[in-house]
Write a protein that binds this ligand. Structure first.
Ligand SMILES: Cc1ncc(COP(=O)(O)O)c(C=O)c1O
Length: 439
């Protein structure tokens, strides 16, 4: 472990920071991605969704990306879309969730997990998360099921797989569809199985911060041919184009334009080839931190149970100020001053947002919550999911920089800064007390 002089003052209190250089930029884009993009630009075929059945299935790169993604997952169908948000919505619709149906989601996730449900005029019902994995707590799931429940969306959050065996057992017992939100976890495994392959379908994001990145983009995967065909139609204006027949402009379901471009698909093909390596590098950096971070009774590091392969989209810690002294906000401020990008993660559980508190989805009359097709009584009351509320309000501590091209040398700075701030935490606590006295 690095030695920190007891004399070195915290940067927050006027001392020298551990690090002034920024952490290396992400994503990792190499010559192969650049060549792949140029090839598409030179071909002049930028989208190529068109009137024929072939065109309905997307351009050459899209179809190649879908085939490679399906093969990587050992699954029959992959449908490329322009984001995970559109993929989640397409999945909700393709699972035939209807207006007023309830869909169970965790509240400790990105907005899109829940808004994809609202996009289809269905009602998100929030179920609390596990304090260690940050993923949906199966023990809470069954209690939230009502006769209106049609589906559940477990999220593999921060790269850690949700407890799928328990979730699937409950879902199957109640005939619920399972849509895995894999936006933060491509390549993660639960008991040897890749995320996205266990439920009825899985949805991925390739937005630029994700473990594989195409700028924007997403993918829906499934073994169900009907679900796949519905998702393809939803992606393309709801228009069905039948092989061997001319286009009839026949719109047989509501659809959107959720199509990916050839440029994104070309980058995706290259990034997918690198995914295992990129994830392994994340894992090595995380393993270094798990070994070298200071023992601190108030800090819990990510859990690596032997049943899972974590892909560390985020290195997520738990902070307990009753054991550390300084508040989480003060601890973060001190680390930021030392040049280490850390943050508190999601600021509030999703249902604390005005969207849910004031029911502001469609129009001003509370639709879809007040829709006569619903008639249920979903609760978004404060206190609904105490674990998620505590993670947001006081305990989660995240850093995004545990990823390539960062190296062990970069991780050493993180360790040194945590050691330094930990060693000087009484100075921060005094500051807290001072603030409290004058506040
Ligand atoms: C858990 C989760 N679901 C869905 C999304 C939406 O992904 P996209 O930005 O590709 O729409 C994100 C993106 O941050 C996410 O983290």
């Amino acid at each position: 472990m690095a030695y920190i002089s007891t004399l070195s003052k915290l940067a927050l209190l006027g001392g020298k920071p551990i690090r002034t250089r920024p952490f290396p930029a992400y994503p990792v884009i190499g010559e192969e991605e650049k060549r792949a993009v140029m090839e598409v630009l030179d071909s002049g075929q930028l989208s190529t969704f068109s009137a024929s059945r072939q065109g309905f299935l997307g351009g050459r790169k899209i179809q190649a990306f879908e085939a490679a993604f399906a093969e990587y997952h050992g699954i029959r169908h992959a449908i490329a879309v322009n984001s995970a948000t559109s993929g989640l919505h397409a999945a909700v619709a393709a699972c035939e969730v209807g207006p007023g149906d309830e869909v169970i989601v965790p509240p400790y996730t990105f907005t899109a997990t829940a808004t994809a449900v609202l996009h289809h005029n269905a009602i998100p019902v929030f179920v609390d998360v596990d304090p260690v994995t940050f993923c949906m707590d199966p023990a809470q799931l069954e209690k939230a099921i009502t006769p209106r429940t049609k589906a559940v969306i477990p999220v593999h959050l921060l790269g850690h797989p949700a407890d799928m065996d328990a979730i699937l057992a409950i879902a199957r017992r109640h005939h619920l569809k399972v849509i895995e939100d894999c936006a933060q976890a491509p390549g993660a495994r639960y008991k040897g199985r890749l995320v996205g392959t266990m439920g009825d379908c899985g949805v991925f994001s390739f937005q630029e911060t994700k473990n594989m990145a195409t700028g924007e983009g997403g993918m829906v995967i499934t073994n169900d041919p009907d679900l796949a065909e519905r998702a393809r139609m939803i992606r393309n204006h709801g228009e069905a184009v039948i092989a061997g027949e001319p286009r009839k402009y026949l719109t047989s379901t509501i659809g959107w334009n959720y199509r990916m471009t050839e440029i994104e698909a070309a980058i995706g093909i290259v990034q997918l080839k690198k995914l295992n390596t990129l994830n392994r590098e994340r894992h090595e950096l995380a393993a270094y931190l798990l070994d070298a971070m200071p023992d601190n009774p108030g800090l819990t590091y990510p859990l690596e149970s032997p049943q899972i392969d974590h892909v560390y989209h985020v290195f997520g810690m738990n902070y307990d100020e009753t054991k550390t002294g300084p508040s989480r906000a003060r601890f973060i401020e001190a680390l930021l001053a030392e040049g280490i990008p850390v943050g508190p993660g999601y600021p509030r559980p999703l249902y604390h947002n005005p969207l849910f508190q004031e029911r502001l989805a469609y129009g001003k009359q509370g639709c879809p919550f007040t829709c006569h097709l619903y008639g249920g009584a979903v609760s978004y009351a404060k206190g609904l999911c105490p674990v998620a509320e505590a993670l947001c309000a006081q305990s989660a501590l995240w850093t995004f920089v545990v990823r390539p091209p960062a190296t062990i040398r970069d991780m050493q700075d993180i360790v040194t800064a945590f050691e330094k701030v930990w060693e000087h935490s009484s100075a921060l606590t005094k500051e807290n007390n001072h603030e409290a006295a004058i506040g």
